[in-house]
Design a protein around this ligand. Sequence first.
Ligand code: UTP
Length: 300
Amino acid sequence: MQPVRKAVFPVAGLGTRFLPATKAVPKEVLPLVDKPLIQYAIDEARAAGITDFIFVTAKGKSALEDYFDSSPELIRSLKAKGKTDLLKAIEPSNMASGSISYIRQQEALGLGHAVWCARHLVGDEPFAVILPDDVIAAETPVLRQMVDAYSETSGNMVAAMQTVPSQISNYGVIDVAEDHGRLVKMAGMVEKPPADEAPSNLAVIGRYILSPQVMRNLSAMKPGAGGEIQLTDAIAAEIASGANVYGLRFDGERYDCGSKAGYLQAIVAFALARPDLAGEFRDFITTTLAEAETGAKAAE
Ligand code: UTP
């Protein structure tokens, strides 16, 4: 079995839910406490053994490319001031020469199209796809969990998350063929179905391990749900052709940082998990909530 060495990061979306900020700042460099979203994705990929990082970018994303450049002046200045903790903090943003590549998606034609734009860089081998908007706090990083499971199953794998019926129509949804607990074998996959037509309550979130055949399927895809070329449809075609596709019920807490509510929840959770901030931040939240409650009672 070929190892999963390459990861595609589709970051060419317009990020309209974060306008006006995303007029000037790519969503992927928005910080969770002090680390941009993209850094969490890179850390997770590294922990899974990924060595080739492929970004599908677009106009207006140059801040993201700059983030991964080396900054000799900053390093010199931090060294001169003896700021070893800060030097350590910027270390993970240093990428080995030749390990990172960028390809443009000229038009935002959908996630499937963005992935397909990376086809020549991926070549004929299995690859991971990571959506940096989905940040997952997990003891074992989720892509690592998937690569480990994939080494037993081969085929294709997606990250699966139990979802309430009222939310299910926001996701690609798994049609379950066989439920083995942590792993499910998939009979199909539907993009954003109406709640009463969803084949299960298992939603697919932004982590995938895909075979090169899925990339070939994308070449033949026509626009699907929302007029976009859907990755879901290329995976569904793979299942229909008889290939094995599995969903992994991962261990971890996922935050949808592509939405304002999910992003704010992630900030609170990540700040509370930081020993240097947790005490002060918890006090602030407790006081603020108590004041808000008193204010609400007074207004009744
Ligand atoms: P989203 O559905 O969150 O879209 O894309 P978006 O444009 O980023 O954000 P909104 O909805 O306008 O606020 C999910 C992922 O797919 C990428 C996005 O960059 C994000 O990582 N994507 C989406 C592309 O790379 N190209 C596309 O054409 C669409």
